[in-house]
Design a protein. Sequence first.
Length: 129
Amino acid sequence: MDSQDKKLAELARETAKKAYAPYSNFRVGAALITDSGNIYTGCNIENASYPATVCGEDVAIFKAISEGETKIDTIAVACIDAENDTAIFPCGISRQRMSEFNTENVIVVHNDEIKKYKFEEVLPFDFKF
């Protein structure tokens, strides 16, 4: 794991603290780096109407794409405050969104453990035209 991966993991943890999660207390942060070297962060934003909730990784992706980026090199995802003994991976919709922008790597942060995966490992059969 290189210093850039560690930086993304730490940014994801820090960004999770900004999550708006009054209903689930499931606070997720994400940090990604694009192929141009720019870094974007995002946190989950819940809504009383749960389908309107947006995942942290999607917020980071939306910010990157809205700034003209087209390819994600690596995205780190961290969950804090969850009562879960296992690592939290991005949901299926977020994984498909990552696929759309040719994500290369996914870093999953759980407590002090940081693991890096090739994207194909977290979504082996993505949907593409």
